[in-house]
Ligand binder design. Structure first.
Ligand SMILES: Nc1ncnc2c1ncn2[C@@H]1O[C@H](COP(=O)(O)OP(=O)(O)OP(=O)(O)O)[C@@H](O)[C@H]1O
Ligand SMILES: CC(C)(CO)[C@@H](O)C(=O)[O-]
Ligand code: BAL
Length: 275
């Protein structure tokens, strides 16, 4: 595996397909599953590792975000990654403030409401990385469902010539979605955290059964919010939304997902299940 720091050292266009996995490092099995899938489906696998400053708000965890290049390189090499692209800030942002990409509407709710500059930072860096890496297929995790919707919209609106593949969420044995931020959890918080997946599962099973009446949806969502609050979460949202644009839905007539964001101690966790 080659570690590359400059965009000009990335592979030039050729007949070999490029699979791309953008990340912020601190790898776990969720990241490795994306890399394995890229390995199966494309000829050259490029993974970027860049803790993108512009997607963190003031007072968020940019400076304490976990960073360990040696460990991450060994893990990426272990699953057959060809190129680990580790640019520094001046390579990605030759000018700051940067020209940027704002994806309207779908960026504004849920994560966007809680983190108002977040998705502009994500769309901008992903757009830049697509132009540097020129992938045929880019792989993203369903865990960050709204991020997937924002990037899908950006790709459609700006005619990026890349195919997006959204990969299922990799979970711990007790259901907790793997996330680099799980490392922040204390032992007690870690024991409580699987309640998120339990409540998502309970609601999804109810909503899928078709035997409920629509007023019961509010009751079920409220019950989950209360249950999570009672075990120690500060719930930001727990909602049933459409898959494409994350607007609230109340029946199964379109692709949808139940989504949650909640804080435990200082750590904000997100998760979802697609119906
Ligand atoms: N559990 C998971 N299963 C599948 N994909 C995942 C999982 N966790 C993260 N990913 C995906 O990996 C890519 C890189 O994500 P990132 O480096 O931010 O990791 P993360 O664990 O989501 O970190 P954070 O805790 O900061 O949200 C994204 O496409 C993200 O959706
Ligand atoms: C897509 C991404 C790598 C952009 O910095 C980041 O938001 C992430 O890791 O999900
Ligand atoms: N995985 C999403 C990146 C972020 O929370 O900044």
């Amino acid at each position: 595996m080659k570690i590359v720091r400059k965009a000009r050292e990335l592979p030039p266009p050729s007949h070999r397909s490029i699979g791309f996995v953008p990340t912020m490092g601190a790898f776990h099995e969720g990241h490795l599953d994306l890399m394995r899938r890229a390995r199966r489906e494309t000829d050259i696998v490029v993974v970027s590792l860049f803790v993108n400053p512009t997607q963190f708000g003031k007072g968020e965890d940019f400076s304490r975000y976990p960073r360990d290049l040696d460990r991450d390189s060994a893990m990426a090499e272990g699953v057959g990654v060809d190129i680990l692209f580790v640019p520094d800030v001046s390579e990605v942002y030759p000018h700051l403030p940067s020209t940027s990409i704002k994806v309207p509407e779908v960026s504004s709710r849920w994560e966007g409401a809680a983190r108002p500059t977040h998705f502009e930072g994500v769309a901008t860096v992903v757009g830049k990385l697509f132009n540097m890496v020129r992938p045929d297929i880019a792989f993203f995790g369903q865990k960050d469902l709204q991020q997937c919707a924002v990037i899908r919209r950006m790709v459609e609106d700006l005619y990026f010539s890349v195919r997006l593949e959204i990969c299922p969420t990799t979970r711990e044995a007790d259901g907790l979605a793997m996330s680099s931020r799980n490392a922040y959890l204390s032992e007690d918080e870690r024991r409580t955290a699987p309640a998120l997946f339990r409540e998502l599962t309970r609601c999804v099973n109810t909503f899928k059964s078709n035997s409920f009446v629509s007023t019961e949806v509010e009751t079920e969502l409220a019950r989950s919010r209360e249950e999570l609050t009672s075990v120690g979460f500060d719930v930001d949202y727990f909602e049933w939304v459409s898959y494409d644009d994350l607007l609230p839905v109340r029946d199964t007539s379109q692709a949808s997902a139940v989504i949650v964001a909640a804080k435990i101690g200082r750590t904000r966790l997100i998760d979802n299940i697609v119906l």
